[in-house]
Design a protein around this ligand. Sequence first.
Ligand SMILES: [Fe+2]
Length: 265
Amino acid sequence: MNDHFKIEPSNQDYAELLQITDTHIFADEKDTFDDVDTRASLKQVLDLARGNDWPVDTILATGDLVHDARTIAYERLLEVFTSIEEPVFCLPGNHDSPGLMYELLNTSNVHTSKSIEIGAWVIIMLDSFLLNTHAGQLQQHELDLLGELLEKHQDKHVLVCLHHPPVEIGSDWMDGMRLNNPQEFFAVLDRYNHVKAVLWGHIHQEFNAERKGVRLMASPSTCVQFMPESGEYRKDGRAAGYRYLKLHSSGEIDTHTRRLHGVTG
Ligand SMILES: [Fe+2]
């Protein structure tokens, strides 16, 4: 595994990325998530991206890559990811097995690197997996790594990625399984002023906010959507999608989400 990965962006002035999240690939091809064939949906979302926001320099996959953390589920995911020429960087969600990911998802164009240097930016990929719960936590070694990487790359703009939300999103059932220790996370971020954005998955819906000048973003799942501001689990009828990000050398970010039925945000 290559912990630090360097990519030369195709344009000097910016880097272009896709975030895909919560792909929830099953070990058994007959299984579905609320009647959605998750692998077919992922392929449709990637085709949508190819038709609208391509080429990109890299793709970020922000957790819940599989629904059931078994080797065969990751192999079914890899069949899709290795068909993409661009590098794909993966971090774990609550449905994943970090151990299996590090073992299986470091091949050809697929990586579990912790930091990605791309032009004027560094992307940090954190592991918030916590055993036997859908909530998340950044262990001390992840917080230490975050601090070390921020200290080391003070000449870059930084995008921090993780699976679990570090803030409440106004949805009771989902807020009950967010990041357990956001204070410790933000205490590290607040020591620096070169972090431009935090990006996560888990909530299967678009979210945009700002904290102390840092953009906070989450994105639609590539399969099932969750209803925003719902107190309990409710499926949202909106279509699957992804997020596009243009990271400018100036530190500015242009971003939108796109769903199978058009741009929504
Ligand atoms: Fe998920």
